[in-house]
Design a protein around this ligand. Structure first.
Ligand SMILES: [Zn+2]
Ligand SMILES: [Zn+2]
Length: 262
């Protein structure tokens, strides 16, 4: 009720550009907020899709800025290692799953295949990607700007030496690390090994071993109540002080120039 029950969606504003990471059910609410902010003005955004599990794409059919304004413009980026992003988004809205077809949406759309590596977005913004340890794969993202570094690494299971190393490298020195902490450590060990997710104790290991500054616990288990998450945060703070749990509507300002001046 307090942390929120929508699935993965994080919006990042950089130099007046909108970047969106994942389009789970939270994408629906973001669409409403963008429409309120922009009114009749066109909306443009880059949308990075970490992988195609339902909880990361399910908001697309309910994202209103895709429907009515042909001047809105969205660029979808994901890996076509399993399937290309355009096909996935069209399939989830095809008969008999949804009444409106993906092709009936009016907004302009482009689709890019992301490999692991690095994309230059202009204005000194660089987005690096790395594969995470998850069934069918998942991409983690490192957004580097002059003002700071944000890492979005959800849907990642610990325990594979190579992936463990890769996620620490992706997170290295980040100002903010958003990291998968779906399970409680004991539940993970008892019966969730191989399901592709992490827990808060591993999230704390990753933030400390990568020298990232702030940890945002993310991808909460839908069975976890607010008191469970409160306890997770206080347990995690016994090991590392700068920990918060992602909350619906949470806003984080990352600005090295501001930090240096205060
Ligand atoms: Zn997943
Ligand atoms: Zn997920």
């Amino acid at each position: 009720m307090r942390y929120g029950g929508n699935t993965s969606c994080v919006e990042v504003r950089l130099c007046d550009q909108i970047y969106i990471f994942d389009c789970g059910t939270g994408f629906r609410r973001l669409g409403h907020e963008l429409q309120r902010e922009f009114g009749d003005q066109p909306i443009a955004a880059h949308v990075f899709v970490s992988h195609y599990h339902w909880d990361h794409i399910q908001g697309v059919p309910f994202f209103r800025p895709l429907y009515d304004n042909p001047n809105n413009h969205f660029v979808f980026h994901s890996s076509s290692r399993t399937r290309c992003v355009e096909q996935v988004l069209a399939e989830q809205m095809s008969s008999p799953y949804f009444p409106i077809n993906f092709s009936q949406m009016q907004a302009q759309r482009r689709f890019y295949n992301l490999a692991d590596g690095c994309i230059e977005m202009g204005d000194g913004i660089r987005i690096k990607t790395a594969w995470l340890n998850h069934p069918q794969g998942c991409l983690g993202f490192r957004i580097e700007t002059k003002e700071g570094v944000l890492v979005y690494a959800t849907d990642n299971e610990p325990g594979d030496a190579e992936f463990d190393k890769a996620v620490r490298k992706l997170a290295e020195g980040a100002d903010v690390l958003i990291y998968d902490a779906q399970y409680l450590p004991d539940d993970y060990a008892a019966n969730r090994v191989g399901w592709g997710h992490s827990h808060w104790r591993e999230a704390v290991n990753v933030v400390m071993e990568s020298a990232a500054k702030e940890l945002i616990l993310y991808h909460h288990d839908p069975e976890h109540t607010d008191p469970v998450l409160d306890k997770v945060v206080s347990d995690a703070r016994n090991y590392y002080p700068k920990v918060r749990a992602a909350t619906e509507g949470m806003v984080i300002e990352v600005s090295r120039s501001l930090a240096a001046g205060s």
